[in-house]
Design a binder for this molecule. Structure first.
Ligand code: F6P
Length: 327
């Protein structure tokens, strides 16, 4: 049995993701339901250092489940990477009588959490909040499903103009160095190919695939590309294609930050709500330094170290499915 938790601190950090507000709501209400006080920390770890902290009641999280972004704001905080920054953060925790933290974010958020918890012996539970879906130990991260739906909505629209002008489009999606968004949006939007950092694709291979399509019934093509130095991004690929195959009328569309916004899908709201409640359950059970995940529709507890370090593999079979369906 761990220590009795009387008051938790809660923050969102790193890139925001749709569904973070649903998670904030769930954490707040589950804590209060169990007699635990909740202190909202604004602007991620930066707010912990500057002391931007406010006690939340249930009404502070009313009418937010449907909102994108995060009402707590987010930041990528360099100061928290320094021992001095973390020392100040700890002093603020003590001052606010916070005995445990729930942090909602991705890789960087959990890396900071792990270090902080080791240095100061603070129980921390992480909720996976990132559109990238690149955290090991959960089938889906909060925000991924919404981003995927935003992408396919945009690709459907681009398809209309691609087809009218008989063009080849390279559409760049987010995901930093992970191909989940690219691969699954390619499948869901009927794209010809997905270029992902996990797998090398040569321009010649790509041309063969595209020209097969053009020779048969198609007069346009869509290729989804992960933003990453490894893939070269949509601009890099388009440049190579233009040089090596000038016969194509190539265009690029970079979807950018629209992928991070918008009202969360039902799926993201549901997993965020379940994970938020599970975070409070875990803290009350004495668990610490874990991430809450959902695998095969069941809540799981994943050591933070594993969630950060282990690579979550993309399902390579999906590449085969994509190839079959793009003939
Ligand atoms: O990690 C989430 C993410 O949206 C990545 O997909 C993307 O590469 C990055 O954040 C962009 O970060 P920023 O908003 O700081 O430019």
């Amino acid at each position: 049995m761990g220590q009795v938790i009387k008051c938790i601190g809660m923050l969102t950090s790193g890139g925001d993701a749709p569904g973070m507000n649903a998670a904030i709501r769930a954490v707040t209400r589950a804590a209060i339901f169990n007699g635990i006080r909740v202190k909202a920390i604004y602007r991620g770890y930066r707010g912990l250092i500057t002391g931007e902290i406010k006690e939340f009641q249930t009404e502070n999280v009313s009418n937010i489940i449907q909102q994108g972004g995060t009402i707590l704001k987010s930041a990528r905080c360099m100061e928290f990477k320094t021992p001095e920054g973390r020392q100040t953060a700890y002093e603020n925790l003590v001052k606010e009588e916070i005995d445990a933290l729930v942090v909602i974010g991705g890789d960087g958020t959990f890396t900071g959490a792990r270090l902080f918890s080791q240095e100061f012996n603070i129980p921390i539970v992480g909720l996976p909040g990132t559109i990238d879906n690149d955290l090991y130990g959960t089938d889906s991260t909060i925000g991924y499903d919404t981003a995927l739906n935003t992408i396919i909505d945009a690709v459907d629209k681009i398809r209309d103009t691609a087809s009218s002008h008989e063009r080849l489009f390279f559409i760049e999606v987010m995901g930093r160095d992970a191909g989940f968004l690219a691969l699954n949006s390619a499948l869901a939007s009927g794209a010809e190919a997905a270029i992902i950092p996990e797998r090398e694709t040569k321009v010649d291979q790509l041309e063969e695939l595209i020209s097969n399509g053009f020779r048969k019934s198609k007069n346009s093509s869509i290729v989804i590309v992960s933003e990453s130095n490894i893939t070269g991004g949509a601009n890099g690929l388009a440049e190579r294609m233009r040089n090596e195959h000038p016969e194509y009328d190539v265009r690029v569309s970079i979807l950018g930050h629209i992928q991070r916004g918008g009202s969360p899908t039902a799926y993201d709201r549901i997993i965020a709500s379940r994970m938020g409640v599970a975070a409070i359950d875990a803290l009350m059970d004495g668990l610490r330094n874990i991430m809450i995940g959902i695998v095969n529709n069941e809540i799981v507890h994943v050591p933070l170290s594993k969630a950060i370090k282990d690579d979550k593999p993309v399902n390579e079979n999906l590449i085969g499915v994509l190839q079959i369906l793009s003939i």
